[in-house]
Write a protein that binds this ligand. Structure first.
Ligand SMILES: Nc1ncnc2c1ncn2[C@@H]1O[C@H](COP(=O)(O)OP(=O)(O)OP(=O)(O)O)[C@@H](O)[C@H]1O
Length: 506
């Protein structure tokens, strides 16, 4: 989509360089966004997509290069400055104050210089904007009470109210259901067609193909394809440019399921206290087997993972691992019995953002005395172990001392895997293990699971990504309303079977 002749681009970035601790995250990167278009930025984890847009929006200062917004040269020193100039970003982790209402957040964002003085005036603005752009947002709700999709919409309305006409969305659909994602992307297209401009950072080619006008591809901090028309570009071509090499396609682990490893009997969890709850859930998992659990998110998947990991205590039922009922065991005791969990939200229960990579890798073994007692922690041992893991799992840009908060999504997942797939693992519970990851990191995660299962581990794979479930599992179970509503060999699974099971309980 070209702007009218003589119209300056919405955003123009040329020759952008940025290094962190001497390591380049961006090298001579270019990006041009026209008014009226949705422009996708794609690239593998750590390619520099977020960093490029963080430079554009004043989160980071570039080391080199220049940029302009609507023809005016600018090097924003803060996100507020960028938003005032017309450029606003909605990050992967939302930046709203949780204890405030949506209107109070907008009031806070508008700042003292604004003529808006009260939360009720801000609320009126939110309602008007929300109606104008067709994005439902209730200004009076407390942010902590909102669903993820509601929060995202609130953040978008806020950014637009602060003056943005260029909207940057960093992997906005990674946290949404399919319906929510479609609604958001429809909105994004409308917004662009009204004369605004949108940058969409995404890993999903189908979003690029269906909703974007042009595409920019990044690899290792550089722009390897700049603003090509989406029409006429194939998924294979995009994949090749993203990774710079061809990927091996994986498949199901080459293993024969053996003896019973884990059995869950009549597991129930109160629905009132814990969202959906669980109802008489029954499962059996064998050694060297992947049992995939398909279903729409919010049907008890989170609760099942929390009950297995020991973060929630079920009202009744048994969880038998290797002949032992672990239902009353602490998370630590379950680990000792060989149970490992990869949660869907890496930083909520898997890792501690504020700690270093080495500390995160040692998190679960420190209490077992692997690195000395609490008073004399052998930090050199932790560092050496972390160096080995960084090497073995090819965690790019990582050093043992670096804060985990600085890892890209794919690399954070690799840190988690390096810790959980360690010795003693008998049952792996993996919840959406490749959510938000690029193709190469996804491939890495699936290969790691496959190898663990081929060495005899049992894996319960819980994922809303049916393709992921089908590509790895020996058997597939369907979860709906807090229970397992059907289970069969993966080869016999059809979309109709899954659809009927989901509808039968709708
Ligand atoms: N504040 C920071 N300090 C140090 N290194 C950083 C910082 N922010 C990003 N990096 C590094 O810069 C590189 C590019 O990261 P960036 O987050 O831009 O990648 P990305 O393409 O957005 O990845 P993802 O798809 O995983 O979000 C990575 O190696 C990352 O670890």
């Amino acid at each position: 989509m070209d702007s009218l002749p003589g119209t300056p681009p919405a955003l123009d970035m040329q020759g952008i360089g940025k290094a962190f601790d001497g390591k380049p995250a961006l090298e001579d990167a270019d990006f041009t966004l026209e008014w009226g278009e949705v422009h996708a930025i794609v690239g593998e984890n750590g390619a520099g997509k977020s960093t490029l847009m963080n430079v554009a929006t004043g989160v980071y200062a570039a080391d080199s290069g220049h940029q302009s917004i609507d023809g005016a040269a600018i090097a924003p020193r803060s996100p507020t400055e960028a938003t005032v100039a017309g450029l606003g970003m909605v990050h992967q982790h939302f930046r709203l104050v949780e204890s405030f209402t949506v209107a109070e957040n907008v009031l806070l964002g508008l700042g003292k210089k604004s003529r808006v003085r009260s939360a009720s005036e801000a609320a009126a603005l939110v309602s008007a904007k929300s109606a104008e752009i067709g994005l439902p947002v209730d200004p009076h709700r407390i942010v902590a009470d909102l669903s993820i999709a509601d929060r995202q919409r609130a953040e978008i309305v806020k950014v637009l109210l602060l003056g943005a006409r260029i909207l940057v969305l960093d992997e906005p659909t990674a946290v949404l259901t399919e319906d929510e994602a479609r609604a958001l992307l429809d909105f994004v297209r409308r917004l662009a067609r009204q004369g605004n401009a949108v940058v969409l950072i995404t890993h999903k080619f189908r979003e690029v193909a269906a909703f974007c006008d042009r595409i920019t591809i990044m690899r290792h901090g550089k722009t390897v394809l700049s603003g090509a028309q989406v029409e006429g570009i194939s998924e294979e071509e995009v994949a090749r440019l993203i990774v710079g090499e061809t990927l091996a396609t994986g498949g199901r682990p080459d293993s024969q399921p053996g003896a019973l490893r884990l059995s869950i009997k009549a597991l129930s969890l109160s629905a009132r206290a814990h969202g959906q709850g669980l109802h008489n859930l029954e499962l059996e998992l064998r050694e060297a087997e992947v049992l995939g659990i398909a279903g729409v998110g919010g049907n008890g998947q989170e609760e099942l993972v929390a009950c297995l990991g020991g973060l929630l205590r079920p009202a009744s039922g048994e969880i038998i691992l290797g002949g032992l009922d672990i239902v009353a065991g602490t998370p630590h005791e379950r680990r000792r019995a060989g149970l490992r969990v990869i949660p869907s939200d890496r930083f909520a229960t898997g890792m501690i953002r504020e700690l270093s990579i080495a500390d995160n890798m040692a998190l679960t073994s420190v209490s077992e005395g692997a690195f000395g007692g609490p008073l004399f922690l052998r930090r050199d041992g932790m560092r050496r172990k972390a160096e080995m893991m960084i090497d073995a799992f090819d965690i790019r840009g990582a050093t043992p001392e670096r804060s985990a908060a600085l890892l890209s999504g794919g690399n954070a997942q690799k840190v988690l895997l390096s810790r959980e797939l360690g010795p003693g693992m008998k049952v792996l519970v993996a919840h959406s293990p490749s959510r938000g990851l690029d193709m190469k990191a996804t491939q890495f995660v699936r290969t790691a699971i496959r190898q663990a299962v081929e060495s005899g581990a049992a894996c319960l794979l819980i994922s809303e990504d049916l393709q992921e479930v089908l590509s790895l599992s020996h058997r597939v179970a369907v979860m709906n309303r807090g229970t397992i509503v059907g289970c069969r060999a993966a080869d016999d699974v059809t979309p109709e079977w899954i659809g009927a099971l989901l509808a039968g309980h709708a």
